[in-house]
Unconditional design. Structure first.
Length: 375
């Protein structure tokens, strides 16, 4: 049961939003006081929606389109067990975000949630896109579009359909959600959320670099052979795996292909990031706390050149390239209640920060306002 609510939102545009979040903007107003949501509107002339709305978001890119439903989750009426998570949080970061939510006047970006394919929601999204034009925005030049839904009957249908969902899966925003849920114990919370169907979400790989490694070639290869067949890459080209159960390895300027060996086939259904973390990063290289260990750096696939640069000419670094996780593996892990290592999934495309900001006022489907203190 997922209780969604319409948002009171504004679309500031990229240039204006950059100003709104700049130190210069936050320095205006009374000394030692942060600008309120209304102050920002007054300073920059951004119109706040006069009526609450739910939105359909669409990204059109080179490889097709992704679309989803953008609304607020009412955490006071959504069971905590209905939002499945796949990644542990760092308590210090959660505490910092709790303070941020209390002090800031707007939510700049949504958390990202995946739901299983739902024909009714697909039909409603089709209807929204068919019956109106996207809101005018300079973001459309970069492929990002918003369709606004203010009709009470359509909003009610969306609310009702989400109430029928037993589970959604958190893809991005673990720390923000944890902070909101923690504050929910004392103050009703809503959180800006983008819901995307499992059949349109795209998951990219996160590659790893471990720096400052003091291990011999012979010992590393001996440890790796317990789980993988090892072969050198022809012409020593930087290598991206082309399937699951396969890794790329860069060590002392040489590239290798690692394939899960016959003795390790029991691990074949386990995500590659889990095998890498448990059997190599932790057991061999001592990376037991990947969220906090400064020796470990993670690079999404879109930062492949940066990943290669971090390895270039560095004899004490080891690089691991990975194949992207399948969406069903991500969902299965969450359903089991298991946690993936940090930076296991790179969800694309990313909604630009500030593409749409939302007011800290939760609004029910019937238009009743519930005041909350959040960000």
């Amino acid at each position: 049961m997922i209780k969604i609510s319409p948002l009171k939102a504004l679309q500031p545009g990229k240039d204006i939003f950059d100003l709104m979040i700049s130190d210069q903007a936050n320095g205006k107003g009374h000394k030692n006081e942060q600008l309120s949501f209304e102050d920002l509107l007054h300073l920059f002339g951004c119109p706040l929606d006069d009526r609450p709305a739910v939105y359909v978001y669409e990204f059109r890119g080179e490889f097709g389109a992704m679309r989803g439903i953008w609304a607020a989750i009412d955490l006071s009426q959504t069971p905590a067990t209905a939002i499945k998570r796949h990644e542990e949080t760092v308590s210090s970061k959660v505490e910092a975000l709790k303070i941020d939510r209390k002090n800031k006047a707007m939510q700049k970006s949504p958390i990202l949630l995946v739901h299983k394919k739902n024909k009714t929601l697909d039909t409603l999204v089709d209807f929204v896109q068919r019956t109106r034009k996207p809101l005018p925005s300079e973001w459309s030049q970069m492929g990002h579009f918003l369709y606004q839904v203010q009709e009470e009957d359509v909003i009610e249908k969306l609310v009702d359909e989400f109430m029928k969902l037993e589970t959604v899966y958190l893809a991005d925003g673990h720390h923000r959600l944890e902070a909101a849920c923690s504050l929910q114990k004392n103050i009703p919370q809503q959180i800006s959320s983008l819901f995307v169907s499992e059949d349109v979400i795209s998951i990219g790989a996160f590659h790893r670099v471990v720096s400052g490694v003091a291990i011999s070639d012979a010992l590393l290869m001996e440890k790796l052979k317990q789980y993988y067949y090892i072969s050198k890459i022809p012409n020593n080209k930087a290598y991206k795996p082309d399937r699951k159960n396969r890794l790329g390895l860069s060590f002392k300027g040489e590239w290798y292909q690692l394939d899960l060996n016959k003795a390790s086939m029991a691990w074949s259904t386990v995500p590659d990031t889990v095998i890498l973390q448990d059997k190599i990063l932790s057991a061999v290289l001592g990376i037991d706390q990947p969220k906090e260990d400064e020796r470990l750096s993670c690079f999404p696939d879109c930062q492949w050149p940066e990943f290669l640069a971090a390895l270039s000419g560095n004899e004490t670094s080891i690089g691991f390239s990975l194949f992207p996780m399948a969406v069903d593996a991500f969902i299965t892990t969450a359903d089991k209640g298991d946690f993936l290592p940090p930076k296991s999934t790179w969800i694309t495309p990313k909604v630009p920060q500030g593409f749409m900001a939302s007011s800290p006022v939760a609004i029910t489907a019937k238009g009743e306002k519930v005041h909350v203190t959040n960000g």
